[in-house]
Write a protein that binds this ligand. Sequence first.
Ligand code: URA
Length: 323
Amino acid sequence: MAKKAPKEDNGTGARSAGERIAKVISRAGAASRRDAERLIADGRVTLNGTAVTTPATLVGPEDTIAIDGAPLPARERTRLFLYHKPKGLVVAARDPEGRPTVQAALDPALPRLQPVGRLDINTEGLLLLTNDGGLKRVLELPSTGWVRRYRVRCHGTVALERLEALKNGITVEGVRYGPVDARLDRVQGANSWLTLGLREGKNREVKNILAALGLTVTRLIRISYGPFQLGELRRGAVEEVRGRILKDQLGKKLTEASGADFEAPLREDPSRKPPSSPARAEGRPARKPAPAKMPPEPSHRPPRGKGKPTSSGRPAPRRRDAR
Ligand code: URA
């Protein structure tokens, strides 16, 4: 378990002597853990001025880590954002095929954010974003058990008993999917609207499970992730979860497991300021996000996650639109 951060840790984010350097880099939001390992393999990371050769290197609060000669960003307060991902964006820092990415669509004034899990390019809805690699990892773990809930439009119809049977899990082409809470909301001609709740986060899980039932997914919207709801968040918009609410929803166990830090300062990174393009300088977004066009509501709302029902809570949340 991570111990509480010492008051002064020279900005490396290391909590105590003996944390793996790749973990410290990732928690500082400088790179994902995998990218940190790659940076180390490429000889781009130094510890107290000496090149690091293995990601297993242990560092302590007195150590100075640098990437390409630049000191690691100082430890920042753990933050979480709700993002209404539009379809057509890839959830990746870069896409080898050159398709538009979520990272490129986000307002450059936001801190450096990593997605919690992935959504397929054509999936819409709630994507959690965080500046804390430790929190990302913990929220992605199936063992954390947070339900990801989806509204799904599919082509075809399905017997209710087959949907009901998904609560026992299903194996599709050798992949075992755990219990799925599935319900039929409405049938519209050749289409069915379903709501599915899953706790794992496996690749293409909704599409694969429904394909095994003879259904083709034609629209997929994530409406909640654990206690956080998409609600009325406009397509393309970003909303920060208030620190107190985040802390309450994580509870002691997840806070400790992730190493989340609610005491560290909120830092402004000058390199993340928006470029002074005429549109932004005048306070206008470069591109207005399209208004949300949500599917018809089911007759009853999905059950909320455990804990208080919330997105970012009141008073009015701070909202930022993606470009
Ligand atoms: N299941 C899928 O098939 N795709 C997603 O993007 C998310 C869940």
